[in-house]
Design a protein around this ligand. Structure first.
Ligand code: FAD
Length: 351
């Protein structure tokens, strides 16, 4: 295929799309607004990945590199969901084995390396200053430290995360479920702390998530509805500690790990949402730009890779003359989101 595809955003979704598109023979330019797609200055959570992701990693042809990297194996979850009695979910019963706690910077860097090895062109620190779609082609003005440039593309992919930059330029609305914020804190933990399970515990109208991540660290997150719980966006260590103390299991886990807060807490958006329209003339949205699930589903990274693969295949079909391919992509995502929203009733936090 000699069409040129401009992929916006070099997170998991954008890097995965670049790999799949190169595998299909498209010319690919990956545009990232940050200085380094995986720079240490970038705030990355340290997500957990379910065993199901292994199939996608094999399709991306990065399975061996992934297995050699320092991601932590995760053997299951323990949940105190409105109960003092734990529920265990053991990955050893999963046909594909264990999951992982990701070193997300290393994960995105691995995907980026693969994309550029396959011939994708990477432009970092690059902002798009204007776009026009005329005669089936995008005319794009870019700006980066090297100066201003014009380029053309046959198709664009919005992989800009929750920001959904390109879709917003098209005037597309995002539909939200109830607002949810996540207060994220990183801790140093003891080197010999071995419990790699994810811990989940409800507290009031919110819930805690705690999991070890590579580098003898732990990520803790308090998810809460801001209309019911008022918290400062950057609480002090004392305020964070006070909040934590209301959750005995998470407090215990942190004490067992000898956890010490590393840096300031950060508040990020964590609600479920979907673009009202997922594709249009010459563009399609993938990853968080297309839809976001509640992090309790631990689905975001897998979804980013799966939508990247499905969109790449839909683009191929589209250029081969199948005008329904992108519509089918959209219908599948909408149906999945509707099922998810229905299932989610079980997750709604009780009073
Ligand atoms: C608190 C929290 C916990 C989570 N936990 C989990 C978990 O345990 N497991 C899981 O699977 N998922 C989890 N998720 C979801 C997961 O983090 C996301 O689904 C995933 O990061 C989506 O990847 P992405 O590539 O679509 O977007 P992003 O990772 O947001 O990447 C978007 C990229 O686009 C770039 N960009 C933005 N705007 C522009 C622009 N205009 N031009 C060029 N580049 C641009 C950004 O700099 C960034 O590099 C969690 C999310 C939250 C908020």
């Amino acid at each position: 295929m000699n069409q040129k595809i401009l992929v916006l955003g070099a997170g998991t979704a954008g890097c995965a799309a670049s790999i799949f598109l190169r595998q299909l023979g498209f010319e690919v330019t990956l545009v990232e607004r940050q200085s380094q797609a995986s720079s240490t200055g970038t705030f990355k959570i340290g997500e957990s990945l379910s065993p199901d992701a292994s199939k996608l990693l094999q399709q991306l042809n990065v399975w061996e590199s992934f297995c050699q990297a320092s991601h932590l194996k995760c053997y299951g979850n323990v949940s105190y969901w409105h109960s003092k009695t734990p529920t265990h979910h053991d990955f050893l019963q999963h046909p594909l084995g264990h999951g992982w706690h990701l070193d997300r910077l290393a994960f995105d860097q691995m995907l980026l390396n693969k994309a550029t090895d396959l011939g994708a062109q990477l432009l970092t620190e690059t902002r798009i200053t204007s776009i026009r779609f005329e005669n089936e082609q995008w005319k794009v003005e870019l700006n980066n430290p090297q100066g201003s440039h014009s380029t053309k593309a046959d198709f664009m992919i919005d992989a800009t995360g929750r920001n959904s930059w390109l879709a917003r330029q098209m005037g597309i609305d995002r539909l939200y479920e109830a607002e949810q914020l996540a207060l994220v804190a990183f801790l140093n933990i003891a080197e010999d702390f071995e419990d790699s399970r994810t811990l989940v515990e409800t507290e009031g109208a919110g819930w805690w998530y705690a999991a070890p991540i590579p580098g003898n660290r732990m990520v803790t997150t308090y998810f809460y509805p801001p209309e019911r719980i008022k918290l400062p966006t950057q609480p002090t260590a004392e305020e964070w500690q006070k909040l934590l103390e209301q959750s005995p299991q998470t407090t215990k886990r942190i004490a067992q790990a000898q956890g010490e807060l590393i840096a300031d807490c950060q508040t990020v958006a964590a609600h479920s949402s979907i673009l009202e329209v997922l594709y249009g003339s010459g563009w399609v949205a993938i990853g968080d730009a297309a839809l976001t699930y509640d992090p309790i589903s631990a689905h975001g990274i897998t979804m980013a890779m799966a939508t990247a693969r499905d969109a790449a295949n839909a683009i191929l079909s589209y250029f081969k003359g199948n005008t329904e391919a992108l519509n089918a992509y959209e219908s599948v995502l909408w149906a999945a989101f509707q099922r998810y929203a229905e299932d989610r009733q079980g997750f709604v936090v009780k009073d």
